[in-house]
Design a protein around this ligand. Structure first.
Ligand SMILES: [Zn+2]
Length: 325
């Protein structure tokens, strides 16, 4: 194994996404990028993966988190409790690790009181979505504040004896960072660039605002930025590493535009609320996973709105996306 290339350890999540990758640098000190979800299976798999390289959890000196989603950081607190390792996350992501309960409560309240009612979805579906998200929030161990450190969202990190550039890549998550090594042309892409299109998660509005940040338009901008990098190997947060990032990006853009056009045609045919569009465009998805479709759909609507193809009107508390002449 090339010393400069981190070792991928795939950990089970129990979620629809399958496994999540954590990446291990062994020299000059053992560093882990991301930590997996908190579960007995994940803990077992992490220990097995480390043992294959003659290491235990006790040897880890740093855990570097790409973004504060449960499948990427849930187990960091468990590692910290069993070792002297410290946790590093970007200045944007740190508040999520420090005050996660409050942040999740705030997001759940936004979904319950503002976002989901405005989609026009029936109450039973709305409750199912909130219950599903709540059950995920528990799959983590808390991390003591004194063990959390931050790096700048445009800074540099030393890993495997090389400097990696931190890249802020909002879209899937507003606080997500990727790490890029220009000499070896590797990108630790987190959930920014995967073989499949990452879902742009609907987040609660930033402090002091009532309007949610459009996630898919942000994702498209981050995709442009990643496309412009000179990359040989992409080390993604899920799935196998891959080359040819231009090809992967081209296919994703094509698919996003195709689905967006489809969405526009349904709107022109008279289906103008998110609930009606979801029913039409994601009927093939089991109801408990349809929230991922809802995040994608909101993304297509955000793109159409940004392009000026539709206008959003709130009628009796429900968003209606009206075609513009
Ligand atoms: Zn993920």
């Amino acid at each position: 194994m090339n010393k400069l290339q981190p070792i991928r350890i795939a950990l089970p999540t129990g979620l629809q996404v399958g496994t999540v990758n954590v990446y291990l640098f062994t020299d000059p000190e053992p560093v882990l990028v991301d930590a997996g979800i908190k579960s007995a299976e994940s803990w077992e798999a992490l220990q097995t993966g480390l043992a294959q390289h003659g290491l235990t959890v006790l040897d880890l000196s740093r855990i570097i988190i790409t973004h504060a989603h449960i499948d990427h950081f849930g187990q960091a607190g468990t590692i910290v409790a069993h070792s002297d390792a410290d946790v590093w996350i970007s200045d944007l992501g740190a508040p999520w690790l420090l005050t996660l309960d409050e942040r999740w409560a705030r997001r759940a309240a936004y979904y319950r009181d503002h976002f989901l009612p405005a989609t026009g979805l029936p109450a039973v579906t709305r409750e199912m979505i909130i219950a599903g998200l709540k059950s995920m929030a528990d799959q983590r161990d808390p991390i003591p504040a004194q063990r959390i450190h931050t790096f700048r969202k445009d800074g540099t990190l030393q890993m495997g004896g090389s400097p990696w550039q931190v890249l802020h890549t909002p879209g899937h998550a507003s606080m997500q960072t990727c790490f890029y090594q220009p000499q070896t042309r590797q990108l630790l892409s987190a959930d920014m660039l995967l073989a499949i299109t990452p879902v742009p998660i609907v987040e609660s509005p930033p402090e002091g605002s009532v309007e949610r940040m459009p996630a898919l338009p942000k994702f498209m901008q981050s995709l442009d930025m990643i496309e412009s990098l000179d990359i040989d190997l992409v080390l993604p947060g899920h799935g196998r590493p891959f080359h040819h990032h231009h090809e992967v990006i081209r296919r994703q853009r094509e698919r996003i535009y195709k689905r967006k056009d489809e969405c526009q045609r349904w709107i022109e045919s008279g289906l103008i609320t998110p609930a009606d569009l979801l029913e039409k465009m994601y009927a093939h998805r089991p109801i408990q996973f349809r929230f991922a479709g809802l995040w994608m759909l909101m993304g297509y609507l955000d793109l159409l709105e940004a392009e000026g193809a539709v206008e959003r009107k709130t009628i009796k508390g429900v968003w209606h996306y009206v075609p513009r002449a």
